[in-house]
Design a protein around this ligand. Structure first.
Ligand SMILES: Cc1ncc(COP(=O)(O)O)c(C=O)c1O
Ligand SMILES: [Zn+2]
Length: 442
């Protein structure tokens, strides 16, 4: 029991006083057994207005929002300074929209690749989980992951002195395996897809009585990720009206919706951004489900109707969720936000990565190319309107994806003598790089 926060079961509204009860009850509601609970705070949300003042000094990390995070004692914070990353204007995308579609847009890239822990979208969640688990004296943990969350949790839990058992699918990138291993955390590479990794992890958790990460609705994750909304308000003074993210399980939209609910209580004038969720075309079960529901005009129970893809063969293993169990939640949120779930042709991954690196010097990773690619696809489908303010979640850098990195080599010329080496002019590459995006404007 604490006086700072409590959890509330989303299904039956039962109040759970503390994370200790939540953990003792295997992260389930003691009354109805649901595994989805949200956190609520006794501190008045009015206080957020001070925390998001634009002229205050730059915060050290997302723990700046400590009053609205479910941790009691600041000494338990495990941080690497994550979560105060910039929302950067990417004017080259604004110029493209103007040139090809005559749209005046503001486009931001939310630079999760700059997170200091492991350089992904997952660092804030891992910092939050490590701190809360530490506060409750937990020494062992387990997680199933496509890669980024495994790496982030391995890092932060190691920093907290907690052992984690990581379960990844057989197509997870070698770089994740190496990194998890380097922290001395156990990695189990299962002989199958992400669905099998989750199944074995759940059985392992039950067999050994070890807590298993709760997935996309895990309150430790959602609470951390909601702070991105506070950061946008602090940095931009307002929210973008379109949020584009590569979609796997969908913690992002769940967390944004939670933040907007909290802020509504503070009577801060904001509107939920339209969620444009993007899946790689080789693993896009939520897109398929959404398209089908839309064609049928969202009949009763539409959100429970989705396909399951066994062993999806995508070049982007971090997004390889073939069994989209969160679709009932995500589909409804996307609808509530007046958004869309779309696919992006993952064969264009390298073209996107090359263009972004050329225009900004930022080397984005595979999942991020799907989000940026989703911007082009959204323009093509007419989903973005004049005057819109668009924020693209750049979830990861390229550092773990050596194949994508190799595909970004395009300026090499093999030579035998100086006679063959003419002076370089980098602008000569621009036309060729941009020509790959003409098709979105036809
Ligand atoms: C970089 C990156 N972007 C996006 C996602 C998708 O996140 P979510 O599970 O919230 O859909 C992931 C998931 O692993 C990721 O690593
Ligand atoms: Zn309940």
């Amino acid at each position: 029991m604490n006086s700072k926060y409590y959890l509330k079961c989303v299904k039956c509204n039962h109040i759970i006083d503390d994370f200790s009860i939540w953990f003792d009850n295997n992260q389930k509601c003691p009354k109805c057994g649901s595994n989805w609970a949200t956190v609520h705070y006794n501190e008045s949300i009015q206080k957020i207005k001070d925390l998001i003042k634009p002229d205050s000094p730059k915060p050290q990390s997302f723990w700046h929002y400590f009053d609205f995070l479910p941790l009691i004692d600041k000494k338990n914070i495990v941080t690497r300074g994550e979560g105060v990353i910039p929302a950067e204007r990417w004017t080259f995308l604004e110029d493209y929209a103007k040139r090809k579609f005559n749209l005046n847009l503001t486009v931001y890239a939310y630079r999760n690749d700059l997170n200091q822990g492991t350089g992904t979208f997952k660092d804030v969640a891992a910092s939050s989980a490590a701190s809360i688990l530490k506060e409750h004296g937990i020494k062992e943990y387990a997680i199933a992951s496509t890669g980024n969350i495994a790496t982030a949790y391995s890092h932060y839990l190691a920093a907290a002195g907690i052992s984690i058992n990581v379960f990844v699918p057989n197509d997870a990138l070698k770089a994740h395996e190496a990194e998890v291993s380097s922290y001395g955390q156990r990695i189990f590479r299962v002989n199958g897809d992400y669905g099998l990794a989750k199944k074995i992890a759940a059985e392992f958790s039950e067999k050994n009585g070890i807590l298993l990460s709760g997935g996309n609705t895990d309150p430790m994750r959602v609470e951390a990720k909601k702070t991105m909304v506070f950061e946008w308000l602090r940095q931009l003074g307002t929210l973008p009206n379109i949020y584009i993210q590569a979609l796997s399980g969908g913690t992002g939209p769940i967390a944004i919706d939670k933040a907007c609910d909290e802020l509504a209580e503070a009577k801060i004038d904001i509107k939920l951004p339209r969620f444009i969720m993007v899946q790689p075309h080789n693993c896009d079960p939520m897109t398929a489900a959404w398209k089908d529901a839309k064609t049928k005009n969202f009949p009763e129970g539409w959100e429970n109707n989705y396909p399951v893809y066994e062993n999806p063969e995508t070049k982007i293993p971090t997004l390889a969720t073939g069994n989209p169990k969160t679709y009932p939640i995500i589909g409804k949120l996307v609808k509530k936000s007046n958004g869309e779930i779309i696919s992006f042709d993952e064969d264009e991954m390298a073209n996107v990565a090359k263009l972004v690196a050329y225009e900004t010097t930022v080397k984005i990773g595979p999942a991020s190319t799907v989000a940026v690619g989703g911007f082009f696809e959204s323009l093509k489908q007419g989903l973005i309107k004049n005057g819109d303010s668009v924020l693209i979640n750049v979830g990861e850098g390229v550092q773990r994806a050596s194949e994508l990195m190799n595909e970004m080599i395009y300026t090499t010329k093999k030579v035998d003598s100086v006679d063959e080496c003419e002076p370089a002019d980098r602008t000569e590459f621009s036309k060729e790089l941009w020509s790959k995006f003409d098709k979105y404007a036809e």
